[in-house]
Design a protein around this ligand. Structure first.
Ligand code: SF4
Ligand code: MG
Length: 315
């Protein structure tokens, strides 16, 4: 009897055969590549991946990845991804969307998803504008800044996604740069492997509407020494991983360090700001309904009430 070799997936196995209509030079291309590289590194079966997206240019990302995809309503990506995750715990769930989608209209969901610690990875394309609707200021644009798509300076301050994630309870918090897909892929691998809610905030260039935070700006092309305005936390002795999750003092110290780093504006830190292993929402659900620990909800016959294994399990 011959034994078939295990399948080894490559980046091309995650490429959907669909015309991509992002603008030329958009940072979303780098994020797409980073996601596909991470999926290949983890050798995840495309059949076992569920991608969810909100509205915006970045919302199209699942269209370009060969896996299951769900393009949801504006700001609603996290509740829909939560439903997907709870319905089928056998799949890897990635949620994605823009900074306007996630930190604006979706901000309430962002906070409550963090405190649940459900096992999924949320990738936010942070480009400081609402690209799809012609470049209005998004929630991450600082006060007083004016992109070429805005008639006047921004009159309100920007939010700090890393600090918000720390406060909300995300257990893996990282930042990367869209035009470094290899580095982004490495971060995404760790985020996907992490058991719990992971936020990866990706600094994304929008050459069509954002003439402030450009490739040239991030990479310091205008500086005399041409030094990047980004640096990698781990190359500067920073370690945001909590070693003892039972040690509250260590948790508070690492959270405070992550928040402090998140306010560094130039250069901007990339890498893992904070990580801790804590019980997930699924752990709590499985404890209450043991049947769900054995197989995903989608595989349980919940239709025939008199033999409902969920109710049986709760008796
Ligand atoms: Fe990318 Fe900006 Fe074009 Fe949208 S508008 S596709 S974010 S460059
Ligand atoms: Mg945006």
């Amino acid at each position: 009897m011959s034994v078939s070799a295990p399948i080894k997936f490559s980046v091309k196995d995650y490429k959907a055969d669909l015309h991509n209509d992002w603008c030329l030079g958009c940072g979303d291309f780098g994020i797409l590549t980073g996601i596909q590289m991470a999926l290949a590194q983890l050798n995840l079966d495309p059949d076992k991946i569920a991608l969810f997206s909100g509205i915006g240019c970045s919302g199209k990302t699942p269209h370009y990845i060969k896996a299951y995809g769900f393009h949801t309503l504006h700001g609603r990506v996290l509740p829909v991804a939560t439903g997907g995750r709870l319905a089928n715990s056998a799949v890897t769930v990635l949620a994605m969307g823009g900074d306007g989608d996630g930190y604006g209209i979706g901000a309430g969901y962002f906070v409550n998803s963090g405190r649940r610690n459900l096992d999924f990875t949320y990738i936010v394309h942070t480009n400081q504008v609402y690209g799809l609707t012609k470049g209005q200021a998004s929630p991450t644009l600082s006060k007083g800044r004016k992109t070429k798509s805005m008639p006047e300076q921004n009159i309100q301050d920007g939010v700090n996604p890393i600090a918000m994630a720390v406060a909300a309870g995300y257990t893996f918090i990282a930042r990367a740069y869209a035009l470094e897909p290899k580095y982004l892929a490495g971060i995404l691998v760790k985020a996907i492997q992490h058991k719990g809610s992971a936020l990866v905030d990706v600094l994304q260039t929008c050459p069509t509407y954002n003439d402030l935070y450009t490739k040239e700006w991030y990479e310091g092309a205008d500086l005399p020494e041409k030094k990047s305005r980004l640096y990698k936390l781990e190359e500067h002795g920073y370690d945001g991983v909590v070693k003892d999750p039972a040690d509250l003092d260590e948790i508070i110290m690492k959270k405070a360090a992550a928040v402090a780093r998140s306010y560094e504006a130039e250069p901007i830190p990339t890498g893992i700001y904070y990580q801790v292993e804590l019980p997930t929402y699924e752990d709590a659900v499985n404890q209450r309904i043991p049947a769900l620990a054995e197989k995903p909800l989608v595989e349980i016959d919940t239709f025939h009430r008199d033999v409902d294994p969920l109710l049986e399990a709760m008796r």
